[in-house]
Design a protein around this ligand. Structure first.
Ligand code: ADE
Length: 231
């Protein structure tokens, strides 16, 4: 999969996506990330990427020309683009199902807005999907773009060594994850549940299922429906 990220703050995005699972996805050739600095497509002495909103009001708005120019450049290189996603608090709220769905695409463009927003003409004509990562306002779309890429990278086929690992993540089947423990079995009197040391995989699976159900019921009852009570 190829992901092009358009941003006025490329430095925020650069380092972190080369680490951990997105980094591994890139070295395995499953993910190719290109970061585009909006300022390189701005003209004039000061290469302004934003301007005051027509009609007045607080904050600056990202100008349309550099974004359209940058997009033309992106379009000219590589395969057909499946979706142009604008990260914005008023988009559809991101979740595991959307991450899974996007992981099946071949090529995505992510547009990170900044300041007060982006000229509406970009949203009307270029953007095909608008996504929020939650009901709070960040100072820009860079962190949300990284959240999307991370969540997508870990479900790309061939990225996680243990292929079942992403599938047992919290949310992957609508339940939260069971608690995890590692050595030592006794840390200053804090002991690991016996069942996990028993070697009885049937009992361990049952225990984990029960833990997942209990935790989901307690913390996120909105994820359960009536049929889950007999889990
Ligand atoms: N930009 C600012 N806040 C955001 C959010 N919560 N989700 C996506 N993009 C954003």
């Amino acid at each position: 999969m190829r992901v092009d990220i358009i941003t006025a703050l490329p430095e925020i995005v650069r380092g972190p996506l080369d680490e951990s699972i997105p980094g591994r996805a890139q070295s395995k050739g499953e993910l190719h990330i290109e970061i585009h600095d909006l300022r390189e497509y701005a003209t004039g002495k000061y290469r302004k990427v934003d301007d005051y909103p027509f009609g007045g009001g607080a904050g600056m708005v990202l100008k349309p020309e550099p974004i359209f120019e940058c997009f033309e450049h992106i379009k000219a290189s590589g395969d057909e683009i499946d979706d142009v996603i604008f990260l914005t608090p008023d988009g559809e709220v991101f979740n595991q199902a959307i991450a899974n769905e996007l992981s099946l695409k071949n090529r995505l463009v992510l547009l990170a807005g900044h300041y007060k927003g982006v000229d509406q003409r970009v949203r009307d004509t270029l953007v095909t999907r608008e996504i929020s990562i939650g009901d709070y306002v960040l100072s820009g779309g860079e962190l949300p773009a990284m959240v999307l890429v991370d969540a997508i990278a870990r479900v790309l086929p061939g990225v996680l060594g243990d292929s079942s690992s992403a599938l047992t993540d919290s949310f992957q089947d609508g339940f939260l994850d069971a608690p995890a423990y590692t050595r030592p079995a006794d840390y200053n009197g804090l002991v690991v549940p016996d069942v996990l040391l028993s070697g009885d995989h049937k009992r361990i699976d049952e225990w984990r299922d029960q833990q997942r159900l209990d935790k989901t019921r307690k913390r996120r009852p909105d994820l359960l429906d009536d049929s889950d009570s007999s889990f």
